[in-house]
Write a protein that binds this ligand. Structure first.
Ligand SMILES: NC(=O)c1ccc[n+]([C@@H]2O[C@H](COP(=O)([O-])OP(=O)(O)OC[C@H]3O[C@@H](n4cnc5c(N)ncnc54)[C@H](OP(=O)(O)O)[C@@H]3O)[C@@H](O)[C@H]2O)c1
Length: 295
């Protein structure tokens, strides 16, 4: 059996079409243009390309988008002043500070300074707390994108054995938490694995849905999964360069071998990646609606 490919590119495209309609309605009926600012400190090429992609997508959807790039030696105090400026700017509904920040800046200080109502990355403790409680909040973009992929691809999560590999604050912990909740894309029985897990392969082989967010290329191999498993591969690992100087990417799952056993699988690239940016846009539109008391 060869798995059905879950195309994040296609699902993201459908959600972006829905968002375009929402943005047009906000502008035409309520005179509100959702606004997003992205703040980048330094010149890390990967971060530059992520921020550029976010701004390009925002423009394409009719979202007002501002991009601020600061020198790598910007002080934490200056960055906090800028965040505060955008907290007070009524045109801006979402603030995204691109991570990682340079080492001399305390990331938590900066993330916690963002007004939770503009925290479209969903990293502020107020939003994290509300997420855990199952309350309305901004969900972190990558886990939110995974949920949408599962739901829109018709993967049954209720009662499913879900194994998540990786316990980071931005992917592993939140997706494990969301899949436990009593909601669409939830009601699963979840196991969270990490570097101290004993016999990880045994856990993986029990999974009806396996989510790999590790950062180790092709770590999950065919012998570690059962027939019919649904695979979400979050990993984005640069494993080489083409002659044209383009990065060659691999996921955390050995796609070629695992796709022969899985019922469905996300590719890398074109799986979770496009969903992450799309959910940032969804959160920005939601933030604009909340600011206008429309929801
Ligand atoms: N597509 C997207 O939009 C998107 C978004 C975010 C991240 N990513 C990608 O997803 C991957 C994970 O990102 P992240 O930020 O969550 O990474 P991270 O913060 O580095 O966390 C990695 C997690 O994997 C665990 N781990 C590492 N090696 C392991 C091993 N050999 N066995 C078991 N567990 C292991 C670590 O365990 P310990 O906690 O025990 O150290 C940790 O919990 C990366 O490739 C990243 O580029 C993609």
């Amino acid at each position: 059996m060869s798995a059905k490919i879950i195309s994040g590119t296609e699902v993201a495209k459908a959600i972006r079409e829905e968002l375009k309609v929402e943005v047009t309605e906000l502008v035409e009926k309520h005179g509100i243009t959702p606004g997003l600012v992205t703040i980048l400190v330094g010149e890390d090429p990967a971060s530059q390309s992520y921020v550029a992609a976010k701004n390009k997508t925002a423009h394409a959807l009719g979202i007002h988008s501002e991009q601020v790039t600061l020198a790598a030696d910007t002080t934490e105090a200056d960055l906090l002043t800028l965040v505060d400026k955008y907290n007070k700017d009524a045109k801006i509904h979402g603030i995204l500070v691109q991570l990682p920040l340079p080492k001399h800046i305390n990331e938590a200080n900066v993330l916690y300074a963002i007004n939770p109502d503009k925290d479209v990355d969903g990293f502020h403790p107020v939003n994290v707390g509300k997420m855990v409680l199952g309350e309305q909040c901004f969900l972190p973009c990558t886990p939110h994108g995974i949920l949408e992929l599962l739901v829109r691809s018709g993967v049954q999560t209720s009662g499913a054995e879900v194994v998540v590999i990786g316990r980071s604050n931005i992917v592993g912990k939140p997706i494990a938490n969301l899949m436990l909740q009593k909601r669409a894309g939830g009601n699963a029985t979840v196991t969270l694995c990490h570097t101290r897990t004993k016999d990880m392969a045994a856990h993986c082989r029990r999974a009806d849905i396996l989510i790999a967010a590790v950062g180790v290329p092709k770590m999950v191999t065919a012998d570690m999964v059962k027939e019919g498993v649904a695979i979400i591969d979050v990993g984005v690992n640069r494993i080489g360069m083409t002659e044209a100087g383009k990065a060659i990417l691999a996921g955390d799952v050995d796609f070629e071998s695992v796709k022969e056993k899985a019922s469905c699988i996300t590719p890398v690239p074109g799986g979770v990646g496009p969903m992450t940016i799309t959910m940032l846009m969804k959160n920005t539109v939601q933030a604009a609606k909340i600011a206008a008391k429309l929801i």
